[in-house]
Write a protein that binds this ligand. Structure first.
Ligand SMILES: Nc1ncnc2c1ncn2[C@@H]1O[C@H](COP(=O)(O)OP(=O)(O)O)[C@@H](O)[C@H]1O
Ligand SMILES: [Mg+2]
Length: 491
């Protein structure tokens, strides 16, 4: 059962086909006048349009209805009926997007078959579009990991603004996921099937950036041997992502401002502007307000770009997300390559969680990738982490990271475990030897307490008072450490 709009100037033909299609169970809107039929397209929104196509002296009847039928939402499939022998007309119609054509006289069964095919084709198309859309949505959002409140804010903003044409400015340190968010904005918008074009504004010299962005005419400058489309035009219908906008040279800032205001671009060496339909998403890790103050960034451009801004939290502001990110990278980025699941020890995870990550998620991702490549038996240990990270841990700053030593990282709550070299047993002995006075005149409880206080003091001094690091070294939770410090009167 389908909604069919039928138009032919032969009344008998219309009557016959209408009767037949109704018998077949279709809902039919018959017309003998093209003008009326065209006007009725939007009210009836038929799935199928069957139209006669013939030329009189001035124009092709039927082509107009064909175009209109393709432009309504959802577009109708058009079956063209042509007079016997006018194959050129049929070809013309197919080129203009008709689904199929039938030559007069045709059998009614033939018409019915044609309708059935058009219907299942429509269904396949819309299903395919739907699936594609779902896939992209799922894909793009599941790629952004974050449960921290600040990430939830980011998600909310992306959802709210993705399907608008607003210019968006994404702020945040390097590696915090600005480009990922720009992609999510694009792939969750109606522009998703048009291009997403990322441009790194700091990576190109000024003269190249201009012709890259806006294109050039052949001969506009030395080396311009051909006409070239700019990236703005490449992105037509889609999204252009202007990364590191803070380093865009001032001359180009003025040109960009004009593009944003007038929605048209001029190629280098050309006076005629071209209209463009592009959504602009920009990103920067620089404090633009300061750039404005020192005169290197245009204030008016800043206000144009900053209609809506999304701020990405640094990774150290959302440490709780680190284990989640690690597991995401291990599962989705590492394992598919090696085919073997890679695991990570708890203490490695603790080190990862305590690190400050100046390079944010990118640095974390690289560290995990490196560790997964280096690690033995598919288990990532602390010593598989990059040296820069190990250097920040106090016990590695004095001695180079040798795997044997690192295995000594305290894991349990036994506070008498030594910090430095040796096997476990040896270490315990030396710790005792070092701390013991030789007078067994103290109850064991008090002795242990004394040891603990001394040990905690030493550890705190070693880490310069950084409780997070101390907790890792001692193998206790931060909460436990706080409790012990307060019990033992250590500040
Ligand atoms: N929230 C996140 N979840 C998963 N991966 C992330 C996240 N944020 C960043 N990444 C990954 O970190 C790397 C850097 O992200 P990117 O978007 O290029 O950062 P930026 O543009 O801010 O420098 C990319 O490989 C990206 O996939
Ligand atoms: Mg980036």
């Amino acid at each position: 059962m389908a909604k069919v709009l039928l138009v032919d100037d032969e009344m008998t033909m219309v009557q016959m086909v209408t009767e037949f299609l109704r018998q077949e169970g279709h809902e039919v809107f018959p017309y003998t006048n093209f003008k009326d039929a065209i006007a009725a397209l939007e009210t009836h929104t038929p799935e199928i349009v069957i139209s006669d196509l013939y030329f009189d002296k001035t124009r092709a009847h039927g082509l107009e209805i064909l175009q209109k039928a393709r432009s309504i939402t959802p577009p109708a499939s058009v079956i063209i009926i042509t007079a016997f022998g006018s194959i050129e007309t049929a070809v013309e119609a197919m080129k203009s997007g008709a689904y199929d054509y039938l030559e007069k006289p045709f059998k009614l069964d033939e018409l019915n078959l044609c309708i059935q095919r058009a219907l299942s084709y429509n269904e396949a198309i819309s299903e395919n579009l739907y699936l594609k859309k779902q896939l992209k949505k799922k894909y793009q959002f599941s790629q952004i990991i974050g449960t921290a409140p600040k990430m939830q804010e980011v998600f909310k903003m992306v959802e709210r603004t993705a399907d608008t044409d607003s210019t968006i400015l994404i702020l945040g340190e390097s590696g915090t996921g600005k480009e990922l968010v720009a992609r999510a904005l694009h792939f969750n918008s109606k522009r998703q099937f048009a291009p997403f074009i990322p441009v790194n504004c700091s990576a190109l010299p000024e003269n190249l950036l201009e012709s890259e962005l806006f294109g050039h005419r052949k001969g506009a400058f030395t080396g311009a041997i051909n006409d070239k489309k700019g990236l703005f035009q490449e992105a037509d219908g889609g999204t252009i992502f202007l990364d590191e906008i803070g380093s865009m040279p001032p001359v180009l800032q003025s040109r960009l401002l004009r593009v944003l205001q007038e929605r048209e671009v001029r190629r280098v060496g050309e006076n005629v502007p071209t209209y463009i339909n592009v959504r602009v998403v920009a990103a920067t890790n620089e404090p633009l307000e300061e750039r404005i103050k020192d005169g290197t960034f245009r204030e008016d451009l800043y206000y144009r770009l900053n209609v809506i801004s999304i701020t990405m939290p640094s990774l150290r502001e959302r440490r709780d997300d680190i284990p989640l990110l690690v597991s995401h990278f291990l599962k989705n980025k590492i394992n598919p390559r090696s085919g073997q699941p890679v695991q990570i020890t708890r203490q490695t995870m603790e080190v990862l969680t305590a690190h400050d990550w100046p390079g944010n998620v990118r640095e974390l991702e690289n560290a995990i990738e490196r560790a997964a490549t280096l690690c033995e038996n598919n288990v990532i240990q602390v010593n598989d982490l990059p040296p820069s990270l190990l250097k920040a841990l106090p016990q590695f700053s004095s001695t180079p990271a040798v795997s044997g030593e690192i295995a000594q990282l305290p894991m349990s709550n036994t506070s008498a475990t030594p910090l430095k070299s040796g096997t476990g047993a040896e270490g315990e002995m030396s710790a005792l030897a070092q701390a013991g006075t030789g007078h067994p005149d103290l109850p064991l409880k008090d002795f242990l307490r004394e040891q603990e206080v001394a040990y905690l003091n030493r550890t705190m001094a070693l880490v310069g008072g950084d409780k997070e690091k101390a907790a890792i070294l001692l193998g206790v939770s931060l909460a436990t450490l706080y409790r012990k410090l307060s019990e033992d009167g250590i500040s």
